[in-house]
Design a protein around this ligand. Structure first.
Ligand SMILES: [Zn+2]
Length: 396
């Protein structure tokens, strides 16, 4: 008997292809792989005998006998995807087809230290596995998408900032979670996991280069080329946010001036609003200035508050211009914008997209497609983390 852990590289390659294509015939597999029929038959029999794939139906005949369709066995095993972010965290359980079968989210308060967060995550996992009647031995592993910078190899979060609770700097998050859930765990930047999920199973399917931007407390970026991740040299996800867009611009927490993130992030938007409102600029927002949140500014901008509108427009033009610069160099086909600044502020998204199409260098030659939120919306990071774990298992 074989299992997913003991497949050889050809068996993994075929399983990966069937899992990605879903419902595929032997002929199609022969065309893609250029294998000999006898070799493919041997591999398919191993996968069938060990319940990794199933016969799921009959395809239309192209002359002669109707061919059998094969698909991955969705119940062979399950993967847990976890998103640990600064505003909320969430957990998904997916089957082998990457269908989400459980999903739970919680807000990250000032009490959510790594210890409390890990406990909450493991409770969610246990409750949902029990509800779904999935035994622990059916869980192949767990992927975490979180905030960088990270030591991915050792599963440690490094000099992370802006968490509401203390203890996140140098948190040994993989080991902490492994002690609780006792399955193999992979850790990566959330923007990287999100772009992998979208490229393999979401709106990125069929696109060559996909770029994913998560705009919230900071700007987190993930990029793929032919479904493979492009990693930045020091493995950070916030490099794009620190591209200088105004040489004499506002100071950025990174020590530089005029970075994109010093205009386009929840803290910079709120700080910009507070500064101007305290300086006496009139606004229709009636809340005390200290209580104003980014969604108040977005709502006020939609209803014509001049100060909010100006801040949102400025942030949108800056992000749109930054994306045009990025696109001139890296040439994505699809740009997915997500995160709380995008999801809760439609006028901001519209300005970003409009500015991008005006400012990009190749506008006549190529129309870059924009997408708001991706297919998996708030689940992108968690689902992508599970997808990344499975990719690692199926690597041939
Ligand atoms: Zn900066």
């Amino acid at each position: 008997m074989k299992s997913i852990y003991t497949l050889n590289s050809t068996e993994k390659k075929i399983l990966n292809l069937i899992q990605k294509k879903s419902s595929i015939t032997k002929n199609k597999l022969l065309n893609i792989t250029e294998m000999k029929l006898t070799s493919l038959n041997r591999v398919m029999n191993t996968l069938l005998d060990n319940n990794l794939i199933l016969k799921v139906g009959i395809a239309e005949s192209t002359g002669g006998r109707k061919p059998t369709l094969y698909d991955v066995n969705e119940e062979y095993g399950y993967i847990v995807g976890v998103n640990i972010s600064r505003i909320y965290s969430n957990v998904v359980v997916v089957n082998m087809k990457m269908d989400i079968i459980a999903n739970e989210k919680f807000i990250m308060t000032e009490n959510h230290t790594p210890k409390v967060t890990v406990k909450a995550i493991s409770q969610i996992i246990n409750t949902n596995l029990e509800r779904l009647k999935i035994t622990k031995d059916k869980v192949l592993g767990l992927g975490i998408g979180t905030v960088g910078p990270l030591d991915r190899e050792n599963g440690i979060m490094l000099n992370v900032s802006h968490f509401n609770a203390s203890g996140w700097k140098n948190a040994d998050i993989r080991k902490m979670l492994q002690d609780q859930v006792k399955v193999p765990i992979l850790l990566d930047n959330g923007a990287n996991t999100a772009v992998i999920g979208e490229a393999l199973y979401g709106y990125g399917k069929g696109f060559k280069n996909v770029a994913y931007f998560h705009c919230g407390i900071g700007i987190r970026t993930g990029i793929t080329n032919k479904s493979s991740l492009i990693r930045t040299i020091n493995d950070t996800e916030d490099a794009f946010g620190h591209m200088v867009i105004d040489i004499n611009g506002a100071p950025c927490p990174c020590g530089n001036r005029g970075c994109i993130e010093s205009y386009v992030s929840i803290p910079s938007l709120i700080n910009g609003f507070r500064k101007e409102a305290e300086f006496g600029h009139s606004t229709t927002i009636s809340k005390p200035i200290a209580d104003v949140k980014h969604f108040d500014i977005c709502d006020a901008a939609i209803y014509g508050d001049e100060l909010s509108k100006r801040l949102i427009e400025n942030a949108g033009e800056i992000l749109g211009t930054g994306l045009a610069n990025f696109s001139n160099l890296l040439n994505p086909d699809l740009i997915i914008l997500s995160g709380p600044l995008i999801n809760y502020c439609s006028i901001f998204y519209d300005i970003v997209e409009k500015t991008f199409h005006t400012r990009t260098y190749f506008k006549k030659e190529k129309k870059v497609i924009f997408n708001k939120g991706g297919k998996f919306k708030d689940n992108s990071i968690a689902l992508g983390a599970a997808a990344m774990f499975l990719e690692q298992m199926l690597e041939s």
